[in-house]
Design a protein around this ligand. Structure first.
Ligand code: SAM
Length: 292
């Protein structure tokens, strides 16, 4: 086994050798604690039959743990300066492919088809760049990739919103969007001291396991997401007031909304944060005929 990249000493050595300077704008906070990396790969449930997708390998701290514990790794790295460094640090591993691309622009589905033929178990595992956590997770879920799930480090506050249950102050349209596709768990919180440089916020690891099918069967998914977003537009407002101000205008709009609330068994004075995904599903289907 080779010496870990993710120790303070080795990381400093690599950064010094290449004269690398961190770009804050790319969310570059590298992990310098091998124990945390072991925890992440364990939570991800990897084996040699698993193919792993990583976003933002940095200098390869997590990538090498993925290379050791899974069958094959494909990693997307936006920063071109890191590509030669990764070529060096990951040279002991022959099951890693680095793609120098912005993951938000990449055709991930085509890359899975091309690189992971024969793998039935595919996991996304990453220490995400924090400036773009939510768009990355939503992209991976909405493109309906053939993955088992996503196990990633992110800002603790975003992790709390993603895994929040109804009735809590963190629960909102992000919790619903993600829990529509997955079962979400926050599996670990992580101190700032395991990063170089240290981020300003606390971190956590979340595990998202894709559902076989959504927890509610809705007429139109896009409309369901419009209704959930509208319901949380102003958290202190009632669901009736939020929907009335957010849904497209038209004659008798308020009457339609009141009727739909009544048909789906939701009191108009409730707030969005008290509704379960199932209640939002019923409400969105009741509203659908009047707004489409
Ligand atoms: N995995 C490494 C680690 O744990 O030490 C680095 C993680 S660092 C938090 C995030 C990495 O994502 C950086 O290497 C950064 O350059 C890269 N990155 C930022 N935006 C990206 C994007 N849109 N697509 C791909 N990689 C990105």
């Amino acid at each position: 086994m080779h010496k870990d990249i993710a120790t303070p000493l080795r990381t400093k050595e690599i950064l010094g050798k290449y004269g690398f300077s961190f770009k804050k704008s790319l969310g570059q906070n590298f992990l310098i604690d091998p124990n945390i990396l072991r925890n992440i790969t364990e939570f991800a449930g990897l084996s040699k039959d698993t193919a792993a997708i990583e976003i933002g390998p940095g200098i390869g701290a997590l990538t090498e743990h993925l290379a050791r514990t899974s069958g094959k790794v494909v990693a997307f790295e936006i920063d071109q300066r890191l590509i030669p460094i990764l070529g060096d640090t990951l040279s002991p591993y022959d099951n890693v492919k680095i793609i120098n691309e912005d993951v938000l622009e990449a055709d991930v589905k085509a890359i899975i088809d091309e690189e992971f033929a024969g793998y039935e178990d595919i996991m996304v595992v990453a220490n995400l760049p924090y400036y773009v956590t939510t768009p990355i997770i939503l992209k991976l879920l909405m493109e309906r990739l053939p993955i088992r799930g996503i196990c990633v480090m992110l800002q603790k506050e975003v992790g709390a919103r993603i895994s929040a249950k109804p009735g809590t102050k963190e629960y909102g349209s992000l919790s619903i969007a993600i829990q529509y596709y997955t079962e979400a768990e926050m599996v670990m919180t992580v101190p700032k001291t395991v990063f170089m440089p240290q981020p300003n916020v606390d971190s956590a690891v979340i595990r998202l396991t894709k559902r076989e099918k959504p927890p509610v069967d809705v007429i139109d998914e896009d409309f369901f997401f419009t209704v959930t977003r509208s319901s949380f537009a102003q958290r202190r407002k009632t669901i009736l007031n939020n929907l009335t101000s957010q849904l497209p205008s038209g004659k008798e709009k308020k009457e339609y909304i009141l009727e739909a609330l009544s048909n789906s068994g939701v009191e108009p004075t409730r707030r969005g944060e008290t509704l379960s995904i199932k209640e939002f599903g019923a409400l969105s289907d009741a509203l659908y005929p009047h707004f489409n």
